[in-house]
Design a protein around this ligand. Structure first.
Ligand SMILES: CC(C)(COP(=O)(O)OP(=O)(O)OC[C@H]1O[C@@H](n2cnc3c(N)ncnc32)[C@H](O)[C@@H]1OP(=O)(O)O)[C@@H](O)C(=O)NCCC(=O)NCCS
Length: 184
């Protein structure tokens, strides 16, 4: 059967929510956990639209809260598929908050969710390929591919760390740590 492809636009999702007092923390700003829940929801919707199946969250790449979000602001989360593997997809999400009275918009967060497509029985499902139509889409795809490769290399390097090596001793010497191993 011929492989199917879908464009990035076909699965793009935007969600706007007014931030209510019930979403705030003790400092009067919006709870980070509430925003994480919204991020997960748009990632799920976007990935499921692309794959045509429900998806699970496999991992989340750094979530930096760049600016606090205030009660009364209108938050918009925009999600699109940046990368597809076999059963996995990287969903890029941009979060902006708008002061409704002034119209001022601030960028609050950009994050990357890896979602895996599953069928009714919980088995992984191969997702459609991605049709890239703009230079930005190509750039985002390549950036995600590079990040995945770098992460894999980093994982391997960490597995191979030797606590007794000269490099490890030099590294430890730069930190506020005392090493007193019980085992020899
Ligand atoms: C994530 C999960 C599907 C991976 O399953 P697995 O059997 O270990 O699958 P594999 O190692 O074959 O990986 C499947 C795909 O997921 C990707 N993947 C797995 N773990 C990943 C991780 N931590 N980060 C990014 N991608 C990951 C793999 O690269 C692979 O991608 P590909 O199919 O595009 O090549 C499985 O561990 C799972 O279902 N976890 C629970 C998810 C969940 O419940 N999330 C909500 C938490 S409350």
């Amino acid at each position: 059967m011929a492989e199917s492809f879908k464009s990035v636009q076909e699965s793009q999702v935007a969600l706007s929510m007014l931030m209510l007092p019930s979403h705030s923390n003790f400092g009067g700003k919006i709870h980070g956990g509430y925003l994480l829940s919204l991020l997960d929801q748009v990632a799920f919707a976007c990935a499921s639209k692309h794959s045509g199946h429900y998806c699970v969250t496999a991992s989340v790449d750094v979530v930096n809260f760049l600016r606090p979000i205030e009660v009364g602001e209108l938050v918009t989360l925009k999600a699109s598929v940046n990368f597809v593997g076999n059963s996995s997809m990287v969903i890029g999400i941009r979060v902006e908050a708008e002061d409704i009275r002034t119209g001022e918009v601030k960028h609050c967060n950009s994050s990357y969710f890896t979602m895996v497509s599953k069928d009714e029985a919980g088995n992984k499902v191969t997702v459609p390929g991605l049709l890239l139509r703009t230079k930005d889409e190509v750039r985002r795809f390549l950036a995600a591919a590079t990040a995945i490769r770098d992460r894999e290399q980093d994982k391997q390097a960490k597995r191979n760390l030797d606590p007794a090596s000269e490099a490890s001793k030099l590294e430890l010497a730069n930190h506020r740590v005392r090493v007193n191993l019980a085992e020899k």
